[in-house]
Design a protein around this ligand. Structure first.
Ligand SMILES: Nc1ncnc2c1ncn2[C@@H]1O[C@H](COP(=O)(O)OP(=O)(O)O)[C@@H](O)[C@H]1O
Ligand SMILES: [Mg+2]
Length: 318
């Protein structure tokens, strides 16, 4: 698959603060990539640089064969961007259609092109019933939908969304995610979105890039990122009740991949198969007549995130 967007070693400082300390990522044709990281990680800074709203200090960005340093004008036609200021991204006293026609005309589209595009987008976003309402009379989720539609009017191949569901109630957020998913798939778009919500990213993204302190530590499918933690399934035994020699013996079992550190107070063992592994570990405890509190755990994206940040910190310390 083709790489549509590539960012290499992008740096940005605000005064003496390094918001981006060498961030790199690739966005492929037809994929949804989520840039996942906590507040202050550098997500907005990076997406604004990609959207040509902010200049980078260093690094290289290529978009579909164009170099951002040289071909900014060409690149501006290749993406639609939605930032975080939804209320100020449309006119309160115009209807949805009036807003979209206005912004479409600004982009140089003909009335017919605009109306065809509005009809198509309203279909994807199930928005036909709201088109003649005033923007100021819409709910938060509906406003966000209009702003997304505005960004898609000229049919750009790339879409950049900065926390598209921020501040929306969970049901509306889910609906917007579902619309985006269908739209991206059917129209063969590439979508880069930022988020700090792990479950959202797990549900929506084909690949995830983990960003922390202005550095992207890992990118991959969420299963891949989870696999790096050690195993998809774990059995966890209360540390205080687990003799060291039993811990050793558990690690020797065929169905156990090894021990990992996940949470203080618990010894976590990776399992090749959750059923067989659990039976083997519990069997071993029974043989030694030990009663150790245990629980089963399925590796989450949060575990992956913590793991990768741990790896990152180790690299810093070296
Ligand atoms: N205009 C600015 N001036 C100074 N510092 C800023 C500015 N914008 C962002 N920062 C700082 O840069 C870091 C990254 O911010 P940002 O890219 O907004 O992160 P995120 O979107 O992941 O929350 C944060 O520490 C933030 O406080
Ligand atoms: Mg942000």
């Amino acid at each position: 698959m083709q790489i549509y967007l590539s960012a290499r070693d992008v740096r940005k400082t605000y005064g003496s603060h390094h918001a981006l300390a060498g961030a790199s990522l690739e966005l492929y044709e037809g994929e949804i990539l989520a840039l996942l990281g906590p507040n202050g990680a550098g997500k907005t800074t990076l997406i604004k640089i990609l959207a040509t709203l902010l200049t980078k200090d260093a690094g290289r960005i290529d978009v579909m064969g164009y170099d951002l340093d040289r071909d900014e004008q060409e690149i501006r036609h290749l993406f639609g961007y939605v930032g975080q200021d939804t209320d100020r991204s449309a006119y309160a006293r115009l209807t949805v259609v009036e807003n979209l026609r206005f912004f479409g005309a600004l982009r140089g589209l003909s009335r017919r092109e605009i109306d065809e595009q509005i009809e198509k987008l309203a279909g994807y976003f199930d928005f036909g019933a709201n088109l003649d309402k005033l923007f100021m009379h819409l709910s938060g989720g509906q406003k966000q939908t209009v702003v997304i539609m505005r960004a898609l009017l000229y049919d750009p191949p790339l879409i950049y969304l900065d926390e598209p569901t921020k501040g929306l109630d969970p049901l509306i957020a889910k609906k917007i995610r579902a619309f985006l998913q269908t739209y991206v798939r059917d129209e063969r778009k590439s979508l880069l979105l930022t988020s700090h919500i792990l479950s959202e990213v797990d549900e929506l993204a084909h690949r995830v890039a983990l960003i922390h302190n202005g550095v992207i530590s890992a990118a991959g499918g969420s299963d891949e990122l989870k696999a790096a933690v050690g195993a998809p399934h774990l059995i966890e035994l209360r540390d205080a009740d687990l003799p060291a020699e039993i811990s050793q013996a558990i690690q020797q079992l065929d169905s156990v991949t090894g021990q990992i550190e996940r949470e203080p107070g618990w010894a976590s063992f990776g399992l090749t198969d959750p059923q067989l592994g659990t039976e083997a570990v519990l069997g071993l405890l029974r043989e030694h007549q030990l009663h150790v509190p245990f629980r089963l755990h399925t590796t989450t994206l949060e575990d992956a995130f913590v793991h990768h940040i741990g790896v990152l910190n180790e690299q810093f310390e070296k």
